[in-house]
Design a protein around this ligand. Structure first.
Ligand SMILES: [Zn+2]
Length: 326
């Protein structure tokens, strides 16, 4: 395994100028133009730190904190579901050149530990954004006093889907920016304060909108909404498990159809980056409709083109939940 990675790195080193996290801006040419504003622009470009974000919510939070002081690359391309994604040689090469790597952790990026262990980049600041957030799916009672879990449960990585725990992730990300670029700490702190207030406002919107609604059960495409449900007193019935990569067996399908009939569920949620076929089959069987509930694991090209971000998608989610739960 280690050997495989060093082979990747050798290939990656040759690609470093072509692709990866530090390749975004063209180098400034001091001869071009020659006016003062060009000189100051090139000085500004040189001070930008290079940031790799492991997938969409990490990228969006990094953009919000890093603002114009950072060049930020989303490692998972638009339209790709990230649970199964693995870095290519060019992505590893980008990490070798980066100042800051932001990943979610809690089992989301199964490739991160081995990739980081094989890197030779000793200035890289690494942020595990989910650090400090714990929601164990499957065996919630099995946590002992030291906080270590002993059961069969897996950690739920979908921390960003509750505005409250997204705020923790953004705070961890802000600390990472300040560590990688201490000269701009005040700038990162100010951006964090602004978005922390927006997350508080979003949290209040969810709380005030959802708490009076009579229904509390949501049938979702995969088990992504544990943090969201915990925050607002909802229960998710996932068609698939913690990663969106498996097909439900007929017994699971029958179980979900039975549950949906019992609780008179009217909406089966699907997600944009996964085929809606299973959700449609269940909806047809019980006379329900389908709607999108976005786990924000990546935006589609259309969403990106329309200028969507964490806040706009979360508000779409709130609208969809409201229609399903009233
Ligand atoms: Zn997921």
């Amino acid at each position: 395994m280690k050997k495989g990675f060093s082979a990747l790195l050798t290939i990656g080193a040759a690609l470093v100028l072509l692709a990866g996290c530090s390749a975004a801006p063209a180098p400034a040419d001091p001869q071009a133009g020659g006016a003062n504003e060009n000189e100051s622009q090139s000085a500004e470009q040189q001070t930008k730190i290079s940031v790799c974000a492991s997938f969409y919510p990490m990228y969006d939070f990094a953009l919000k904190i890093g603002g114009d002081r950072a060049e930020i690359v989303n490692m998972v391309p638009a339209g790709i579901e990230p649970h199964d994604w693995e870095p290519a040689a060019a992505d590893i090469a980008g990490l070798e050149e980066a100042d800051l790597f932001i990943y979610n952790g809690a089992g989301m990026e199964h490739w991160a530990d081995s990739a980081l262990a094989a890197l030779g980049n000793d200035r890289l600041v690494v942020v595990e954004a989910a650090r400090g957030a714990v929601l164990l799916e499957g065996a919630p009672e099995d946590e002992d006093e030291s906080g270590e879990h002993e059961g069969e449960g897996e950690y739920d990585p979908h921390v960003w889907l509750s505005p409250r725990s997204a705020k923790l992730e953004m705070e961890n990300i802000k600390e990472g920016f300040a560590a990688a670029d201490p000269a701009n700490r005040d700038y990162y702190e100010a951006n964090y304060s602004r978005y922390a207030a927006e997350l508080d406002a979003l949290d209040r919107e969810f709380q005030e909108t959802l708490s009076p609604l009579p229904r509390k059960d949501i049938i979702v495409a995969h088990q992504a909404f544990g943090y969201l449900c915990a925050a607002y007193g909802l229960t998710q019935i996932p068609i698939e498990g913690l990663s969106a990569d498996s097909e439900p067996d007929p017994a699971r399908m029958a179980e979900i159809i039975e549950f949906a009939k019992e609780r008179d569920v009217e909406v089966i949620f699907f997600e944009e980056l996964v085929s809606p076929k299973v959700a449609e089959t269940i909806a047809e069987a019980i006379g329900a409709r389908t709607d999108a509930l976005n786990p924000l694991e990546g935006l589609s090209d259309e969403e990106t083109a329309a200028g969507a971000d964490y806040f706009s998608v979360m508000r779409q989610n709130l609208t969809a939940l409201t229609a399903a739960l009233r």
